[in-house]
Ligand binder design. Sequence first.
Ligand SMILES: [Zn+2]
Length: 172
Amino acid sequence: MRSQKPYTNATFTHRVDHEAGRHRPPRAPGEPRVCGTCGAVYRGRRWAPAAPGPLPVTETGAPAEVTTCPGCRRVATHAASGFLYLTGAFVTAHRDEIERLVTGEARRALDDNPTARIIAWEATPEGPLVVTTTTEHLAERLGHALEKAYDGDVRFDFSHENKLARVYWHRD
Ligand SMILES: [Zn+2]
């Protein structure tokens, strides 16, 4: 049976972004969208934090399409882009304090990018305390925040190919 789909190759070819974002229109097709999990709104090709008030509508007044933002998707699937490794006696002795600092910094980062989230805290008895994040930048930001607050030694290791950041912070 032949497909009756009204698509042509031209439709798909046209949608490919050959310009790699250099000449992006201010509004992408299908905007705005809203994350059904966290309420973040995608508009102007970026995600913005959920805002109070009525739900966003399209130019024609239709309700925004409900979707899942990359942050919620990565949290749900544990797809980390950032890894923050905390080691040293200071980490063990000040665990609660460190956790508050890191959590507070992550909360502030949401204003800049609501899809930047902490995915998990993973601790093993002998190994490092590992904080995984949805974005490379958040792991980097948390590393800087720790260094600023407590000194210690911080090292950044970026793999741009894999879009991964590994941040090592140590204090004895
Ligand atoms: Zn979301």
